[in-house]
Design a protein around this ligand. Structure first.
Ligand code: CA
Length: 235
């Protein structure tokens, strides 16, 4: 299957560098340097009935004719595909807004090509898996987690998790490799009335780390994305 990336970036040098790097990886790369240009390419995908399962949108926020974030909603409605945001903005609230608006992940400039490739892999895998049977059994080093059996083993020994701890772990695992915002976690684990109760997360993440991490003070699995949310890291 050909994997296609629409790269929307107005910085000529960065656009060229990313295009080269992604083409070497075997991606077909389409280019746009404005919002209007990107919408044009996305409409073309739709007209040519290109499978959105194999497409990804990589979009810069600061574009000459507007904010790249506008493409997140637009593409959801017209050409649904994973969206990775690349941005020079590093403030927590704009990252949270982007993720809550439906972006799959974000990268703050400057970022390494390897990091970009890793995020692309995660986003495309999720897209390919959505709708099909998503794996619900996970092995990370000495840790085995079965979501259907509600079971966690560490070195073969059962780890007791409370129902809320398990629900939180499962929510992060279903999006393993991607950041999940505080709001998304609180909404899905505790419900819509609790989306502002970030202290629940701090408490429960500390408990989970105590049970699952080799060294809870230096987590390797349950990573904090400061001011944004948490990410279950795949080793
Ligand atoms: Ca820009």
């Amino acid at each position: 299957m050909t994997l296609r990336i629409l790269l929307v970036e107005d910085d000529l040098t960065l656009r060229y560098t990313l295009q080269q790097a992604l083409e070497i990886e075997g991606f077909v790369v389409d280019l746009a340097d404005t919002l209007a240009g990107a919408k044009c390419v996305l409409s073309q995908y739709k007209n040519e009935q290109i499978s959105m399962e194999s497409c990804l949108l990589l979009v810069d926020l600061g574009l000459p004719d507007g904010d790249g974030a506008d493409l997140i909603n637009w593409s959801r409605a017209h050409a649904p595909m994973p969206v990775l945001v690349i941005s020079a903005r590093n403030d927590d609230s704009s990252k949270v807004d982007l993720l809550d608006a439906g972006a799959d992940d974000y990268l703050v400039k400057p970022f390494s090509i390897n990091e970009l490739k890793a995020r692309i892999r995660v986003a495309l895998r999720r897209q390919t898996l959505s709708g099909s049977a998503v794996s619900e059994e996970f092995i990370f080093g000495s840790l085995e987690i079965s979501l259907p059996r509600h079971q966690v083993l560490r070195d073969g020994v059962k780890v007791h998790l409370t129902p809320k701890e398990f629900k939180l772990l499962a929510r992060l695992l279903r999006q393993a490799g991607q950041v999940v915002t505080h709001r998304q976690l609180l909404q899905d684990v505790w419900g819509p009335d609790c989306v502002d109760h970030v202290h629940y997360l701090r408490l429960y993440m500390a408990q989970l780390r105590g049970k699952l991490e080799r060294d809870p003070t230096a987590p390797e699995l349950l990573l904090t994305e400061t001011g944004v949310g948490y990410r279950f890291c795949e080793i």
